[in-house]
Design a binder for this molecule. Sequence first.
Ligand code: B3K
Ligand code: ZN
Length: 897
Amino acid sequence: MTQNTPTTIHRLDYREYPFNITNVGLHFDLHETATRITSTLSVSSKENQPADLVLNGEDIKLVAISLNGQTLEEQQYSINEQTLVVPALQGQFELSIVSECNPAENSTLMGLYVSGNSFFTQCEAEGFRRITFFPDRPDVMSIYTVSICADKARYPYLLSNGNLCASTDLPDGRHQVTWEDPFRKPSYLFALVAGDFDIREKRATTQSGRDVLLQVYSDKGSGHQTEWALESLENAMKWDEERFGLELDLDRFMIVAVRDFNMGAMENKGLNIFNAAYVLADPNTATDANYEGIESVIGHEYFHNWTGNRITCRDWFQLSLKEGLTVFRDQEFSADMMARNLDASAAASARAIKRIDDVTRLRTAQFPEDAGPMAHPIRPESYQEIGNFYTATVYEKGAEVIRMQHTLLGEEGFRAGMDEYFRRHDGQAVTCDDFINVMESVYQQRNPGKDLALFRNWYSQAGTPRVTVRLDYDEAQQRCAVTLSQDCAPVGVEKLQDGFVKQPFHIPFAMGFISQSGQPITLHLEGQQHATVLLELKEQSQTWHFDQVPERPIPSLLRDFSAPVIVDYPWTNQELAILCAHDSNPFSRWEAVQELSSRELLRIANTLAQGAQPTLDSALLHVWKTNLGDPNLDAGYRAWLLTLPAEKILAERMNPIAPVAIAKAREFVRQELARGLLDLWLQTLSQHETPGAYSPDPVNAGRRSLKNLALAYLLSIQNPQAIQAAFAQYQNASNMTDRIGALSPLVSYYEGDERDEALAQFYEQWQHDPLVVDKWFALQANARNATAQTILGLMAHPAFNLRNPNRARSLIFQFCINNTEGLHQEDGSGYEFWADQVIALNSINPEIAARLARVMDNWSRYSPALKSGMLQALKRVEAHPGLSKNVFEIVSKALNI
Ligand code: B3K
Ligand code: ZN
């Protein structure tokens, strides 16, 4: 953890590993503080000459090593803090290594660790080297046989990848099991779990008629909370069969929930390990968003079995090969699940909601990343610590890059491409180029003379392109010319490369025309008619001529967000208002509302930043009134239309960023919209109850979301009727969505004693459930009046534990990431708090510390008064002795911009 001399690894330095490791035999003798692992490797050289066998190993003790049964003396190998090297080996041989690790002391949660009363592993990306000495890289693929021995009473379940093939009791109260995984895999997909669990299971039949066992393991006493997870797993299995023809390839698929976990979940072959937050749910403890998240993450990990495990990455620069593709697949899965059983218009609106949600995530997390010191292409060129590159760019932008290929090839073409990808590469460790080569071959068959040459720039260049749109209308000819121009300045490491010139991107750009009266106008282009046309921008600037345009149209641009770009077009506010009410594309209608409200919010933020008193433009009130009062719109969709753009999205449009002015502007507008439409909000509140048994389906979830939004607006002006309704809802709620939906605005806006009583009562009632306690902390971390002092007070609560990532995230991350006014206090107390917590986490869990460190990424874009405090805090972290390479990479990049 104390190696802050940065070694930068470059993509172009990739070299093949000189040996095949055909078989790996692992024996685990599990003890909490000293687990002994014997690893037996069957090795053969790839080349006809001797080579050094280099094995990775970190924080583990070498006990013994032998080659073909002969113990190696110390002078026959070399070992340091990171590697074990046996020199000049050739031919076929068997290497046997005994090593020891201390799972109870392992607070990094990488490798083998103890959580609660059980053992778990996390190996991606480089955790296997904390278990045993091994070439810990994804292109070394082997068949694994694993035996595990542990105390039977405490660890009745001993799990690993593949199929259980032997199980015996040992004389000393211990027992031993053996697992065999029939598929070759890289070390990062290895997993082991030992403990006592509740199990929910189900048999299912695959498309080809095979009987398989699906199991969900969770803490003793939590088995009643795994119904939704198992249902989601079965849905994911069916969906992958139907949409991609991909079937489960094992007889048994296991999911295990763990309370201490660095991220959401992990796709280990046949033995997925999940953060309990993405497994456990019941109506009383989980919100609609939790249900949605569980379905999506269960789908994501399950889909990795083909996109990630069967075909894996050659090296970690190719991470988006599996992550971007699998996020695209999980997004489509969720959209299909949300739209099922609905009529056409409700289905379109459910799909739009999913797209809006995904685009909002991209704009909130990825756009700022792409504009800051950590900006990197979806296939990075270099890294110091790969753990820092599980980013919004690799995942979310990676998914957009796959989605653009889907758009260019069409559903059928994309499916043909995926089929071909498996035909060519099943069982291999490949690159992003291999993927796009396959897609291009299908694209070319269907579009003779065209290629994806320029499209590849999405893999090699960072930054968010800006597409400027110009519209020239010729009334006499009834023609309209649309000119698209693209621009993307160098960002992140690109800025440090002399003479770096950016190439244009291939941008699929979907658009439509709307008349001044709000009617769709058919687009006539080169003899073809379209309701929505897909333009392909491939040069710096291109023009398209549309015929038979009866009036000057209002363009509806980048429909369904057909590319991850920023659009620049000078709509008048009147034109936007027409789109806000009439755009037939539900995504673009929401976009128009975002654009209009962003303009207004930024205007008000600037007024506030200058110390002046703002007033709200009545046009915005009118748009809110129309949408709030439109009974034809689905409630969930309406909730999105009525949600103000996120602070982080607005910050991207402000220079320098004045975060508190943005937060205050949102608050001002929220209150004006609440006052101006008081009766409509009250009506909305009373008309969107969801009586009967709880169901997380999108229609009911949408009603709750609109109702709770109304509550938040009304509480922002402390409306007495709404305060009463919120307390009643809090007391009588039959589900967590409504309970939190009432308590959250009460905590922010209501100052009476009842507020504290409700909070205390919430803790009292739910203290036995860690995921609900996380919500209790998060609620307070996000409260409008919380400061660093409040958070320090909460950290002293007996339920707080910095070593548990979910708890750290619920309090510290929530505050630092979401509580703008709390973090950006003028006295610098927020930044001091941030630095203290990064330093504290650094010595416990570098991966989590590095995530928190990223909060200051864009410090240099903030207003001068804030910048200096941020800089000071960053420098303090950088100077901290014993900084992990994870945190070092983040802060040094932030400071070197
Ligand atoms: N592949 C894992 C992420 C591993 C992160 C390691 N730091 C989860 C996922 O994307 O499915
Ligand atoms: Zn993934």
